[in-house]
Design a protein around this ligand. Structure first.
Ligand code: GTP
Ligand code: ZN
Length: 333
């Protein structure tokens, strides 16, 4: 087993050298309720984490998730224990709705969705799911994660004018490549090939029923994930993916499938908007006041851009909304 094909790199190797002798590096490929499946030089193992790790964890974010590199102590029966998580190269997280008590205090809590991802495929349906504001939200989440983003507009067959939608998304995703496809036909997934490389980790992100499992299966060339039956009434698939799993792709690269999410509350800070709203951020520099909030201020370059139709009113509205969400989160953290 070559760990490099699974994303092992000098970044992790350096950390592992500081660990106690006798522990092996392993990557978490599947998370179940009380145990994990990992891959290490000795093959696949079923592992748990030590009680000491659970108690030492300040928050959920300190516990392992799919994509993490961990140090395990294998036992002869194919089981083992996780002793440490290696520092993450990237991680994307969402804010768990509702407040939780952490160490006696009410605080916002994050849920890490996946770790050590290089490229996120933000998948959106070109059917009734199509929503520019939601794509902006997803891109903001990825912007703060340390991963890059690609937007995949699926179900092109259900859209009257896919080219127009593609152009609209390109306008709101100035920093990311945008593609449209009909993922049911695996030949239409060829646009992804340049993004696949041995050892590179990709993750799928998008609402339930947009076709994430279909994309995974198209790349795997076999029916690995069960695909939801579309109920004709609303054209949406049933919620079928229930856990996260990491797959090795025959074309090279690793793909993490993610359960579809109903709600995506951001976790991060205002800086996360820099990538997803680079057009607005760049214009900010030309506003008359350096602390301009682009709401009513005179000499605002952003409001001017909205006036002349360079940026839509809706995009600026969503920018304000996401910024307010991140500011209020920062207060509760
Ligand atoms: N018309 C059309 N349907 C598609 C296309 N791609 C996927 N579907 C259908 O959409 C439904 C949902 O697809 P899935 O791949 O299960 O969606 P998912 O994003 O994995 O959904 P969750 O597992 O709930 O997160 C299935 O019935 C697919 O057959 C496409 O390009 N065109
Ligand atoms: Zn301004």
């Amino acid at each position: 087993m070559n760990l490099d094909d699974w994303g092992w790199s000098p970044f992790f190797a350096e950390q592992s050298m500081l660990q106690q002798k006798g522990y092996l590096p392993a990557r978490i490929i599947r998370g179940e309720k009380n145990f994990f499946r990992v891959l290490c030089a000795e093959g696949e193992l079923t592992v748990r984490f030590t009680g000491r790790m659970r108690h030492g964890a300040g928050t959920r974010a300190d516990l392992p998730v799919v994509g993490d590199w961990v140090m395990v102590q294998p036992q002869p029966d194919g089981r083992g224990m996780i002793h440490a998580i290696l520092e993450r190269k990237s991680s994307f997280a969402r804010n768990l709705p509702g407040r939780r008590k952490i160490k006696g205090r009410e605080r916002a809590e994050q849920q890490v969705i996946a770790a050590n991802v290089d490229l996120v495929l933000v998948v959106s349906g070109l059917d009734r799911d199509f929503n520019l504001r939601r794509i902006e939200r997803y891109l903001t989440l990825v912007g703060g994660s340390g991963a890059e983003a690609v937007v995949v507009l699926n179900k092109a067959d259900l859209c009257e004018n896919p080219q127009r939608c593609l152009a609209q998304v390109k306008e709101i995703a100035p920093k990311s490549p945008v593609y449209s496809c009909e993922a049911r036909d695996p030949r239409q997934l060829e646009f992804l090939l340049p993004h696949l490389q041995p050892g590179r980790t990709l993750a799928l992100l998008g609402s339930s029923g947009v076709g994430k499992s279909t994309i995974l299966n198209g790349l795997l060339g076999e029916q690995r994930q069960k695909i939801g039956e579309v109920s004709q009434a609303d054209g949406k698939g049933r919620h079928t993916t229930t856990h996260r799993e990491l797959f090795q792709l025959p074309q090279g690269g690793i793909l993490i499938d993610n359960p579809g999410m109903r709600e995506l509350h951001l976790w991060g800070d205002e800086e996360d908007l820099v990538e997803s709203f680079s057009d607005i951020e760049e214009l900010s520099g030309k506003c008359k006041f350096s602390d301009c909030r682009h709401q009513v201020e005179p000499g605002c370059a952003v409001l001017r851009a909205v006036e002349i139709g360079e940026i839509t009113h809706e995009r600026l509205g969503n920018y304000h909304k996401l910024k307010a969400e991140l500011t209020s989160l920062q207060r509760r953290r």
